[in-house]
Each structure stands twice: as structure tokens, then as C-alpha cells.
Design a protein around this ligand. Sequence first.
Ligand code: MN
Length: 293
Amino acid sequence: MTLQDPMPEPEVWSARQSQVGAATVYRALPQRPRRTVGTWCFLDYLGPGEPAEGGPGIGPHPHIGLQTVTWMISGEMLHRDSLGSEQVIRAGELNLMTAGRGIVHAEERVGDGPVELAQLWVAQPSSTRNSESAFEHHDDLQHVEFGDAEATVLVGELGGVASAARRDTDHFGADLTLHGHATVPLDTRHEHVLVPIHGAVRAGETTLEAPQLLYLPTGRSEVGLSCSEQSRLLMLGGEPFDEKVLMWWNYVGRTREEVSEAHLEWTTRSERFMVPDSALPSIDVDPPPWETR
Ligand code: MN
């Protein structure tokens, strides 16, 4: 970019409200204009209290080609997967599950208190997406301060502070609590999205509140944030992903054929997808729409 080129403008997007079982969620990603931000390809934000009356959790279901990043804001869940992992996750902790060629997991409620969490997916690059699955739990995430903001670094690096969580591409995610003004450094090679979850935040010239989110194109070295009361937001960024992904149900692939094959193997419970012990029933859905005419 030369000095004559105008800086690409930020874009205000809106999350869609949807139901996952009895719980209301804001689905912030994917968006129509852009399927991915960096390699971030999915973001559901499950608000406080909303699932308390209903859902016992999410029964066993498969994934391929992605990492699930579960960021617990309040409450507890129990993660089980086909690797034999059995892990309680509490507020301020992160679960990172790498699906690779195939994994099955269930997320069960622990007790009946309110749960607030962000469930994110990262598309795996071709170099790792057909490899072994893996699971990590992180309860000692690093923090970094900028002015009146404190950020927890979930994945990748922000302000010189790095998370120990695995990453296969150049991306980062952070949860930022703000009570005044802050200038947050950005990697100019990254595109970003800011996702307010509590209260209103002013980012540059734009004031945002859930379900709005703000997309920032590459080329920015910082973003100025402010709020009048306390606010909290998720920040995601990454190098624009140059692989065209095909997302359907719980699969991130490249072609219809490979997604169809994975789904058939899940439906027939092949050895690619071992069902972990769970009190919850496994989840099945109809084949992809391109198979029915
Ligand atoms: Mn899942």
C-alpha cells in the first residue's frame, strides 16, 4: 500500500441470534462478506444465564479440519472427547481441541448455574488438517495491560505476550476488559474483528455494542478503544487465510466430496469417529444438501 491509497474502511457487522438447544447465542462468525477473519471461521457467544433453564449441554458430535477454542467466561462445563480427554473447564480457562482428520466431543453441563462462554473455530491449514487430533487445556493464560485495558491472551500473541496454546497459522485471540481509554497495538499484516460482549465500546470512530462487531482490514498498527463504563470485548486477528474453505455442519473441508465422506463415516459410526462416554445422546443430522435433489 502506498501513501496515496486510502486506508480500507472498517466495516460494522452484526451477529445473528440463533438457538443451540435451549440456549440463545450470538453467532458472530461466519459473516456473508467474509467467511473467515484470519483463520477464525466461527464464533458463537453464549450469554449469561441463558442456558440455565434448559440445555444439559451438547451431546457427542464430530469435527474435521478445525480447532475448537472454548473460552469460559462464567460457569463450568465438562469436556469429553474421543481421545479419552475428560476435562472440567472453569471461568478464565481455555480448551483447545484440534480435530485434524476427525474427532468427536461432548460438552456437558456441570451443575445448573448460568454459563457464559465463547465457542470459536479456527480453520486448520492444509499442512495439518489431515493429521492427528489433539486436546489441550490452559488454566494459566497470560495477561497484558494497555492503558485502562487488561487483556487475556487466548491464542497467539498480543503486545509481546504470547499464549502457550497451539496454533497452526498466524492468528491471535484475546479477551479485553476496558474501563477508560486504551491504545491496543495491532499487527499490520493481520485483519481483525472486535466483538463487544459486555457494554458499549468506542473503537476509533465507531461505537459498538453486541450484537454489533467491527471488522478492521489489514494495514493498521493500532486501534484506540474507549468506554464510559466498563466494557468487555473479544479481539480476533490473523493473516488473511488464502485457502478457500467449505464449511458444513461441524466440518471444515475444501471439497463437497470430503465433507460427504466424513459425514457418512460419522453417520455409520466408523472407526474414524469414536463416540466418547457421555450421558448425552449423540447428534445426527441429515446428509449435506448437495446430496439430495
Ligand atoms: Mn463441537
